[in-house]
Design a protein around this ligand. Structure first.
Ligand SMILES: Nc1nc2c(ncn2[C@@H]2O[C@H](COP(=O)(O)OP(=O)(O)OP(=O)(O)O)[C@@H](O)[C@H]2O)c(=O)[nH]1
Ligand SMILES: [Mg+2]
Length: 221
């Protein structure tokens, strides 16, 4: 038992060391990195598309897409104007720092402003693996249900911003926003939250402003 724990600690330690190296490389190039996590279908690629549509005219953006098998999402990101790198995890349910390292090696960081990583759709495993990005952002979506903070606490605890997507569906599904927010507040008090709809565009502006501001803050440090 003791031995098994030590091995797990070694693996996580190695991941964290490589994540620190990834972060150092992003910092050196002044690239703001976001690790976008969510359950399958919450709207990660949709938010990336909407973000690119508004930002690629003045920012140079790369998207690293983690998926179990296909390149569908990376193709969508490329079509929306990003430099896109696909990582197929071959079945793994999360990205790790080694995989991001391999993707960064394919990019010229000095030619970028923003890096968006789309993690594998999953509310459990991605929470355990640091990548080296500056912020982890979780997308919850209204049809998933208002109990998700209570059921997946590690994910909600470990992020620096929260998007609540598909607000256009609120009239049609049972989603108690107060109950949802109370769960978030217990786990991650004061978490910056952006309710929005990728479908209608409502609420997107505050999200885009936050991304722009974080990039400015990074470059002033
Ligand atoms: N009604 C509504 N549908 C949305 C919204 N955002 C995304 N969708 C739809 O939700 C579905 C999944 O969106 P994606 O952006 O592919 O979700 P994803 O999180 O990238 O999915 P995976 O990569 O497979 O985990 C698509 O049919 C989108 O059109 C929204 O704001 N409102
Ligand atoms: Mg996707």
């Amino acid at each position: 038992m003791t031995e098994r724990i030590r091995i797990v600690e070694d693996i996580m330690g190695a991941n964290d060391r490589l994540a620190a190296q990834n972060r150092a490389d992003l910092d050196a190039a002044g690239v703001f990195g976001i690790n976008l996590m969510a359950s399958p279908g919450a709207g990660k690629t949709s938010l990336i598309e909407k973000t690119l549509a508004r930002l690629v005219s003045d920012l140079r953006v790369a998207v690293v897409d983690g998926d179990i098998a296909t390149s569908i999402d990376a193709d969508r990101a490329a079509a929306a104007g990003a430099t896109a790198v696909q990582i197929n995890t071959g079945g793994d349910c999360h990205l790790d720092a080694v995989m991001l390292r391999q993707a960064l090696d394919q990019l010229d960081l000095n030619q970028l402003d923003l890096l968006i990583v789309e993690n594998v759709g999953n509310l459990i495993c991605p929470a355990s693996f640091a990548l080296g990005t500056h912020f982890s952002v979780l997308i919850a979506s209204v049809p998933e249900g208002d109990d998700k903070p209570y059921k997946y606490p590690a994910m909600y605890r470990g992020v620096q911003a929260l998007v609540i997507n598909k607000t256009d569906l609120q009239p049609y599904v049972e989603f108690d926003l107060d109950y949802f927010r109370a769960g978030v507040e217990l786990l991650n008090p004061g978490l910056v939250t952006f309710p929005l709809s990728c479908r209608t565009g409502e609420g997107l502006e505050s999200w885009l402003e936050w991304v722009r501001t974080q990039l400015k803050v990074l470059r002033q440090e």
